[in-house]
Design a protein around this ligand. Structure first.
Ligand SMILES: [Zn+2]
Length: 111
């Protein structure tokens, strides 16, 4: 069924070709129904499937993982799994910048 109005805000819906960004990388251009008011984008089921396949092929899928905090001397350590390390191209001995964005989020900035 075609949507005429946005479920979120009631704004007008227009069909557009949009650049799909995932983890800051473009996965390509896809047709979407876009709200002109709140910019909410809705993709067809078939398009969503295609996007997921591309993300998987590029190794961008399943990069969320739970990690436990370990005690290392007087400090604490978090292990970053290989998948995420590979994605970020982390190398042993390289320096990264750590800073809390707020009390719930830690940023690891790679130079
Ligand atoms: Zn909207």
């Amino acid at each position: 069924m075609e949507r005429k109005k946005c479920e979120e805000c009631g704004g007008k819906i227009e069909k557009k070709i949009v650049d799909y960004l995932f983890l800051g990388e473009s996965l390509g251009k896809f047709p979407a129904e876009v709200c002109m008011k709140c910019s909410e984008q809705v993709f067809d089921e078939s398009v969503t499937k295609k996007i997921a396949e591309i993300a998987k092929r590029k190794g961008l899928f399943g990069l969320n993982e739970r990690a436990k905090i370990n005690q290392i001397g007087g400090s604490v350590g978090i292990t970053i799994n290989k998948k995420i390390a590979d994605f970020l191209q982390l190398k042993k001995g390289e320096e990264v910048l750590l800073y809390p964005e707020n009390r719930k989020r830690l940023i690891i900035q790679i130079p």
